[in-house]
Design a binder for this molecule. Sequence first.
Ligand code: SAH
Ligand code: MG
Length: 943
Amino acid sequence: MEFPEQPGLSIKRPVMTPKALIHQKYGSSATYRIEEVKDDVENGCPGLTIPQQAKILYRCHLDLPGLSVTSEPYNRKKDAEQSAARIAVEKLHIQPSTNDSTPEEASKELVERISGFFTDGFLSSSHPLIGHFGVALKANREHFGMIPISAIASCDVKVNNLCKIIIYKAESDPLLVSSLILDAARKSSELCTADDGLWIWKKVPYSSETIASVNSRDSDSLGFLKIQALHIPCSIKENVEALTVDVSDDDYYLDLIAQKLNVRDSSQILVSRTVGKASSELKLYFPLPDIPFCEASSDLYRCTRGNVELMLNQRASCLSGQYVYGNAILANIGYSWKTTNLYQENVSICSYYRMLLSKVPDGYYKLSREAILVSELPTEYTGRSNWRGPTPKDLLSAFCHQHRLLEPVFSVTSNDTESSLSHTLVKSSPLSSTEVIDKIGGDRDDVGHRNMDSSDIFRCKVKILSRKMQLILEGSFVDTNRKESDAIHSSALKVLLWFDKYFKQLDIPVETLSSFGSAHGITVSMENVCKEFSLCLSTLGLKQNYCLESSPLESFCKNHPDRKVENGMVMLSIDGPESGIFPSHGSLICIGCAVALVKIGDPEKYPLESEDEFEFEVGTGAVINQIEACVTQLSVNQTALFVTDIPSRDLILAAAGETAKHLLEMPLHNCLLEYSLKVLRVAEPPLEDRMEQAFFNPSLSKQRVMFAIKHINESSAATLVDFGCGSGSLLDSLLDHATSLEKIVGVDISRKGLTRAAKILHQKLSQNSGTCTSIRHAVLYYGSITVPDSHVFGFDIGTCLEVIEHMEEDQASLFGNIALGTFCPRILIVSTPNYEYNPILQRSAAPTSEEKTAPCKFRNHDHRFEWTREQFERWATDLSARHNYHVEFSGVGGSADMEPGFASQIAVFRRNSNLCLPAEEKSSRPYELVWEWPNSQISISSL
Ligand code: SAH
Ligand code: MG
């Protein structure tokens, strides 16, 4: 198989993973065993007195016939398995087997393969095709073991693969497959073919023993079965209909299907590949196009193509991704490897519409959330914690899989804008690193919030390629993300949105599409897009397929003059008392919702779907706009009832489940959808970090650090104590900047936070000791900052950033008194959230009228209070007066002279006198030393 060189395409053909290669070669005889290994805290931190938990790593043993290998230890089992497989692949020099044969070799192999089916030996083996031979022998057809080509095409994967190697197009063309099989049979000296149908049989009769043994194979009696199948008319104007195939022991199911297709027998039909789940026998059957047979059937394929295309069944073609001609039948029936009996399952109307829907990104998202009439593919990705349903990355891979494209290729770049040697890091397909980053971001414990370093900025490009390695679409986006995984998901979402637009408006002009694309950072090869998706054209529009004179919603309003259409809906009622908790833009909300079809003037309701609990983020377009407009008028516990015009018939049938059959007969004019919904709860507002990062660049935490550094250098401070240092974000940053500092100390009551801080500081100090920092001495203490300890008396500067709100108010005052009265730093910097700024962070308007004032939630669950500017200033002014300090107010995020002030308010206390006379006993030292740099004095605390 050849892969044409693509100019400008920098990626190689994605190689199979080592595991896939091993599987290809060894199948189930390869066994993987995972062993847990404890990591000997070697990356830990010497001198840390807090006991360390050993980390669990995984090692994988792979046993193959004749070889056993073991991987290095990895964080994740998956990685260990791949690593073991990689070692085996290298040792055994395994190559992917798909590229093994040339078209000529494949042609030869195809002849052999097909001849092989018509041998005594094959009949005593086990293969789905045996079922077909059994029927043929029992039926005593005029020739020996005469079977239709469609049986071979539908049963043998290998045959299909060989056809694909001979002519790549066979992948998408069952007619071509059959024609290649016919060709091959004609080349075989042992086989005969018919002139008037796709039959193949054996020249020499089978031995009587073979026939007897096939006939005596026990398979259970079917009795009389009624199998539900679907008829998909070629004309898109005709509805898909249910159809019953009656099968009994004496029937050949392919003949029965042929009858339903109004053709003579099974030699007159073609069959598609499996549609939908690979494990099913769901296939499309359709008549062999009425075309004269030529000598060489691949010529036949070529010379008649022109006529054939006129009869293309678009819906069926779209389902299978192959050319299907004329009326088609979709049935789940056939001989399989699973049993010797005929396997069969019913196919419902609803499942057909669902399969069709799953081809479109939005449709797949709706289905995967099981809310076809409620949800929509969101237009915005605001982070994993707010996203519901499969992630954009997973959606995009599912989409590519559906349409037989290669897995999307992501490449992430990270720009360290901080470093002077701005370096770029490129990772291809960073599937594993994605998760690592997720973990860091998700790990918010009692320590508070170590903000991700805002200097790391990720961008992600995406490429979508066809199986033939042709570039279909390339996305290169300007926006950046602070997390690698977010960058990947946002990019995947943009690509999905482009495809969605493409599928939903197939009639929009190519130029409009490509300019829409380029406006969003997407470049498309329209030629390749059309090539790949030509089979879906006009089917997936999912548009209204009937014409409405006037919208039923408007005629509904004419009859009810008190009602009016607003936001595409008519609100019928809102019930229940207002609870004061309102969903707003950006909040995560949970609703219950039921949708029914109603006909104007008909009291009956036809229930379509209902969700007890459905979560989504308001303002991202994750639900139909009517619901979005409705929920923002409601408060928690209120219910609403409204009606909308109906969406496409296809969508209704997909949502209808078992009632679909009933609705099929019903004309849908004058129908409305009635939504009844209840707001169950509004989830916590987004986390503090998320807001701080989303709204400020650099992030608020970074700005606080810069603020502290400015004061350190202005006052030439040599010693600093960070009260409530958490996981050391400030101390860590101080090591990266040139300051006047020589000694830094952190105090906290979270051992977890301190452990993390110790590791980070230790690593940094051991790496760059003596270089960019003047800090020679660093200490971490476990202890409460509301308790005096002479270790931290009389420092040049004290910082207490975003800590006091984590204590009760009286404790905050106690800290203030001890800090200024006992610790007595020359300068004390205290920061805390400005409560008045929260409405902006929560992206909702500030409350207007008195009674609607919902208590604005705090920025973090752990906050005990958040003060207004006035409250904070009163607290700080009182303190400074009492302890002979003076105080100045400032902040970061926002500005002092614009309402509502800074996002993070800061008080800078300065001692008035040079002398500090602590009231407390100097010798009191309750703090526990946790870590110290350099470690020489560590023995003090090893008690
Ligand atoms: N200053 C850090 C951490 C802020 S989170 C930063 O800006 O990133 C608040 C921190 O205060 C937590 O680590 C918590 O453990 C700590 N804390 C709360 N009460 C404390 C107390 N009484 N004594 C010491 N630390 C306290
Ligand atoms: Mg906080």
